[in-house]
Design a protein around this ligand. Structure first.
Ligand code: GLU
Length: 308
């Protein structure tokens, strides 16, 4: 199986890398526009701890929205389900990830922790409790999920770039402050930008996905990083709202819990089987990696990710 899986990854990577000419890079965070658009990497980590990679594995990129998995998992472990879901909802959202409209029209709390407003609230919970030390707790937790020798860190250039072009996120945060949903605006935003700027490669992300797929047990180190309940909650949310407005299409074409980010990464947790991660910076109109979506659709069929 292992040799076969490596062959499938190699073949899929070589086919899908040709699609790295389609789509558009995210430029609203200027630093993201500097990434080589031709990069492509693909990694898998099975729940029994075997890892595989193809393409430009080792290419680092900022996690962006994928890091919302880390902050949600950590908050659930630290503060518990009831506390977290009193502050954010768990329903999919049909508006763009940075929309203010739904928040104003329907509810005083963000619809879910994967849209920006929800992730800023989660960052706020952490900033309230840990102050400036919050990012170190998150990096430590991310490193345990990734189970690699190299420590994960914030890319300061991406952080500065986000921080200086964040009018939309500031608008969301100030709006939430005005209705009593968020207390410390600046501290929450700074933590949120740092979180999005964590640098990782697809190897790191596939182990993180493997940890979720393995009910919270890191398949490489054997360490229990999060509880089975947290893994179920996070993967449940990934299934319904992990791919922005294309979550439905992704559920049909790929059918596994996943989370994407605007830098072009997508992480998957295939319960009881493996973690997968793909990276290619050019995005479709929904903000998801064009080559990444195609790669995961093909792999879903080739290796029967849905188990049927
Ligand atoms: N840092 C990005 C933002 O706040 C994350 C967006 C994303 O990856 O969805 O806009």
């Amino acid at each position: 199986m292992n040799c076969e899986l490596q062959n499938i990854l190699d073949k899929t990577a070589s086919d899908c890398r040709k699609m790295t000419r389609n789509g558009k890079q995210a430029t609203y965070i200027p630093e993201l526009a500097k990434t080589d658009p031709g990069l492509f990497s693909l990694s898998a980590t099975t729940v029994d701890g075997a890892t595989f990679s193809a393409g430009d594995s080792g290419a680092l990129f900022s996690m962006q929205s994928i890091a919302k998995i880390i902050s949600l998992s950590f908050s659930l472990e630290m503060f518990g389900y009831d506390y977290v879901f009193a502050r954010v909802g768990m329903e999919p959202c049909s508006e763009p990830f940075n929309s203010i409209m739904k928040l104003e029209m329907t509810s005083s709390i963000p619809l879910n922790p994967f849209i920006n407003s929800g992730a800023i609230v989660i960052a706020g919970i952490m900033a309230e409790r840990f102050g400036r030390g919050a990012i170190d707790h998150l990096l430590e937790f991310a490193w345990k999920m990734a189970g690699r020798k190299r420590r994960l860190c914030v890319n300061e250039r991406v952080f500065m770039s986000e921080n200086s072009t964040a009018d939309r996120n500031r608008a969301l945060a100030y709006f939430m402050h005005s209705i009593g949903t968020l207390s410390a605006v600046d501290k929450s935003l700074i933590l949120y930008f740092k979180l999005c700027s964590i640098y990782a490669d697809t190897n790191d992300l596939s182990v993180m996905g493997g940890t979720l797929a393995n009910a919270g047990l890191n398949p490489i180190t054997g360490e229990r990083v999060l509880s089975r309940e947290t893994a179920c909650t996070v993967t449940g949310l990934m299934s319904v709202c992990g791919l922005y407005d294309e979550s439905g299409e992704f559920a049909v074409k790929v059918g596994v819990p996943a989370k994407s980010g605007v830098s072009g990464g997508i992480i998957c947790a295939v319960p009881g089987k493996m973690g997968l991660a793909v990276f290619s910076p050019l995005l479709d109109a929904g903000g998801n990696s064009v080559a990444g979506m195609e790669t995961l659709s093909r792999l879903s069929r080739e290796i029967k990710l849905r188990g049927m």
